[in-house]
Write a protein that binds this ligand. Sequence first.
Ligand SMILES: *Cc1c(COP(=O)(O)O)cnc(C)c1O
Length: 376
Amino acid sequence: MAKKYLMTPGPTPVPEDIRNEMAKPIIHHRTKEYQAIFKDATEGLKKIFKTSGDLFTFTSSGTGAMEASIVNVMSPGDKIIVVRGGKFGERFGEIAKACGVEFIPIDVEWGSAPSPELIAETLKKNPGVKGVYTTLCETSTATVFDIKAIGEVVKKTDALFVVDVISGLGADNFENDAWGVDIAICGSQKGLMIPPGLAFCSVSEKAWKSAEASKLPKFYFNFKKYKKAYLDTDTPFTSAITLVIGLKKAVETINNKGVDAVITEHQTQAKAFREAVKAMGLGIFSKSPSSAVTGVNSPAGINADDIIKMLKTDFGVTFAGGQEALKGKIFRVAHMGGIDKEHTIESIKALEQALTKLGYKFKSGIGTDTAAKILK
Ligand SMILES: *Cc1c(COP(=O)(O)O)cnc(C)c1O
C-alpha cells in the first residue's frame, strides 16, 4: 500500500515512536508509576505553553476546555468580548450563550486578524467586561492573530485574557505568561502529535481570582478539583492513561528539540508550502497566514472539493476543505505536529498532478522545486 499523507488541521499524523508507547500494556492510574508519567507530561507541556502557572488535563476534545474556560471563571449575567473571525471564534459565542453569559461580538472578516485597537476601544466602551476570548490560529481561515499585542491591551484591564491555542501551539509563536494570557486552551490532536481525546487549560493567578467568585454550574470541568488532584495524585477522575503516556513521549520529543526549534521547523514548512502554491499561480486565502495551516484559494473554474477528492482517491493525500461560505472555494493544508518535510513535498507533488489532471495550467514542477529550495 502506498504511503498515505494526512495533512488536515486535526487530527494530524502520530509518529511511530509515540504510537509504540501507547501500544504497551495499560497500567493503573492510581499508582506511583502513572503519577510520575502524568507529572512529567504536565510539567513538559508547561514548557511548550511557556507557563509556570497551573495546567490541567481533561478527557475531552478541545471544545471541552473551551467550555471549561467559561464555566470556571464566569457567573450568570457576566459579559465577555468574543472575537469572531471564523468557526472557532464563533464557538466561544455559542458556548457563552449556552452558559448564560452575555457576549459582545467583535466580528472580523474571515481571513483577517482583529486589530488590537478595536479590542481596546470595545473594552473602553464596555466597562465591567469580565473577559476577552480569542484564538491564536483561527483554523477555519488559517489565520494567525497578534495575541501578544492583544495581550498588552487586555493586561491593563480587569478582564481575563482567554486564548484558544488548539491548532497554533507548536507552530505559531506563543508565550502564555509573557503575553499575559490567563487561560490558554489546547487539544491533543494537532500540534501535540497524539490522537484526539485530551484537552488542556492553563490557569493564571488572575484567573484563579475569578474562579473563586464564579457561580456558573460545573462538575467534570471544575478547575478546583483538578488543582487538588494534581497536588495529591493525578486527575480527579480516571485519566485517559494511554493518551497521557503518548503525551509524555510527544512532549519529550518537542522539548528535546526545543519548542522554538520546533516552531521554526513548522514555520519553514508553512513558508515552503505557501511559496510553492504561489509559484503555481494560486492565491493564499488569509491576510495573516498561520504557520499551523494554510488556506489556498482554488483556481477559477475548479471546485476545491474536487481537488480534495482527487488527492484522496488517486494520491492518498488528505487535505481539508473550506467551511461555510468557503466551502468549495479553498482547501486547507496543515503544517503542525507530526507533519514533516516529506509530507510537505509529497503533498505538493500530488497537488501538482491533481491540478494538471483537472485542467489547470502552470509550469510543471515549479511547486515542488520552490518548496525543495526552501526546505533544503
Ligand atoms: C480543532 C479546533 C477546535 C476544536 O477542537 P475539538 O477537538 O474538535 O473540540 C477549537 N479551536 C480551534 C482553533 C481548533 O483548531
